[in-house]
Design a binder for this molecule. Structure first.
Ligand code: BG6
Length: 487
């Protein structure tokens, strides 16, 4: 159960609020995890009444949960928490009603579901209107900036108004149960952790493949691309969870300090190495899940005849530290791929001395951590084939841990439910620190500069495939291959 807080959502009529924020808050309420005193103010520009706002939210919830035992009583209770304030975020004089609505004895949490370009000015207007107390918190959605320089500006402007301990930067991947499970897997299982370094691990693969395209966001996405949209944040956060040293405790500062060390240890991909270590792709028309889809350039909202924005990235990264020296981390992420898969695959080295003839043709040990869909962990092992005819031949067998079945829960909570709970509790362990943001931008900027300097073009791939053939070559030239779930 949480404490009573005042939650103020900027951009309450926007897409994120509709798709994620209100449904997550409703689910918390339904699970009995939202204190009865929690109040929620939705802020947006439209001039609508409180009643119309609540009615719209009710419709959103009905649509979101129509197949999931929609609970009228929870919905009524939830809608009674809502209040609407009509505010133009660019007008400082319109912030006074926010202060009037706040209850002085409660913690105020400002959730900015707005374009990041407004983060600095909204913080300043809140400060000028006297809305910020010592314990007020601010929640920022990604992206924080476009590169290191702009992220410093955004972080600097917000820091003029809020202390770092009250700034919650969201990377929604950290809110996923299965991403947190990486901590449990690594640090609660001695057996796993003792095999987690360059003496045992051959290489690591992290794949975040999506079947969706750019979902009507062409003009935004075309200035961003997959490196900024997915690698700078989600993929690098996964990499940190996989690669970081054991933290001293589960305290936010301890975990974040270990993640920063990994980001700073990433070996830069420069103009000299970029052709060997990075592939950029862009999808053309194809078929996804049996349905024909258009190419990136034909997507709704496409404004140009050609674009060099990447919708796919594959990288070979190295972490320059004691544990991971010599172990490549192959990262890949793309839109319009064959299937939606987020997984981490750890491939172990061969035993130092081979006594089983042909063992190398069967497989190596692999630990596959599936984050979505079918959340679970699979360990591929070699076992003796049962047969009297063969003296000793090996086959690949699987040890399976199904995360969903073993949880006893009827569903896996959405990332935003967890993240709201942590903000309300005031725990930053699942949020990204300023240092992490800056370290990851710094690494990405070097790569982006290298692409520019080398004028690296995008390679085309058909929608519904696993990316351009160059991505296969990136790993195959090292005598390795991308893991395919059905292998
Ligand atoms: C967002 C990106 O941060 O994450 C989107 O901006 C992407 O482009 C989305 O589709 C993926 O999130 P998930 O939870 O569906 O893997």
């Amino acid at each position: 159960m949480t404490i009573p807080v005042d939650l103020i959502i900027f951009g309450a009529r926007g897409d994120l609020s509709k798709r994620k924020l209100f449904p997550a808050l409703y689910q918390l309420d339904r699970a009995g995890l939202l204190d009865s005193g929690v109040r929620i103010a939705g802020l947006a520009r439209e001039e609508i009444s409180n009643a119309d706002f609540a009615a719209d939210v009710e419709q959103i919830l009905r649509r979101a949960f129509e197949k999931d035992n929609f609970d009228d009583a929870t919905c009524d209770r939830f809608c009674r928490r809502l209040h609407y304030l009509n505010v133009d975020f660019s007008q400082p004089d319109q912030f006074a009603p926010i202060r009037e609505w706040l209850a002085s004895e409660r913690v105020a949490i400002y959730y900015l579901a707005t374009p990041p370009s407004l983060f600095g000015s909204i913080s300043e207007h809140l400060k000028a209107a006297g809305c910020i107390a010592k314990d007020s918190r601010i929640v920022l959605e990604k992206p924080i900036g476009h590169d290191l320089e702009s992220s410093r500006q955004v972080n600097g402007a917000v820091a003029n108004c809020f202390d770092e301990s009250n700034i919650y930067r969201i990377d929604h991947y950290l809110g996923k149960e299965t991403v947190q499970n990486l901590l449990a897997l690594r640090f609660a299982n001695r057996m796993i952790n003792s095999q987690w370094d360059n003496s045992c691990v051959d290489h690591v693969q992290i794949t975040v493949a999506e079947t969706v395209g750019i979902e009507g966001r062409w003009s935004y996405y075309d200035n961003v691309g997959q490196l900024r949209d997915m690698i700078q944040n989600h993929v690098l956060q996964l990499l940190c969870m996989v690669a970081m040293e054991p933290p001293n405790s589960l305290q936010a500062d301890e975990i974040r300090a270990e993640k920063v060390k990994i980001l700073r240890a990433l070996s830069p991909i420069t103009a000299a190495t970029v052709a060997e270590q990075a592939v950029r792709g862009q999808y053309t028309a194809g078929w996804v899940n049996g349905v024909p889809v258009v190419g990136y350039m034909e997507e709704e909202g496409s404004e140009r005849d050609s674009s060099s924005t990447e919708t796919f990235v594959a990288l070979k990264a190295h972490i320059d530290n004691w544990r991971w020296a010599g172990v490549p981390f192959y990262l890949r992420t793309g839109k319009r791929m064959e299937s939606k898969v987020t997984e981490v695959v750890i491939t172990y080295k061969d035993p130092p001395h081979a006594i089983f003839p042909g063992a190398q043709d069967v497989a190596r040990n692999r630990l596959i951590i599936r984050l979505q869909p079918n959340e679970g962990i699979q360990l591929e092992m070699l076992s003796k084939q049962q047969s009297l005819r063969e003296r000793m031949s090996l086959e690949k067998r699987h040890l399976n841990l199904d995360f969903f079945d073993s949880s006893g829960e009827s569903r896996i909570a959405d990332a935003y439910e967890r993240l709201f709970l942590e903000v309300i509790k005031g725990d930053q362990w699942l949020f990204v620190s300023r240092e992490e943001i800056e370290a990851s931008w710094s690494w990405c900027d070097t790569l982006l500069d290298a692409w520019k300097e080398r004028d690296m073009k995008v390679s085309r791939y058909s929608a519904g495939s696993w990316g351009p053939s160059k991505a296969d070559m990136l790993i195959e030239k090292d005598q390795r291959a991308w893991h395919r779930s059905r292998d």
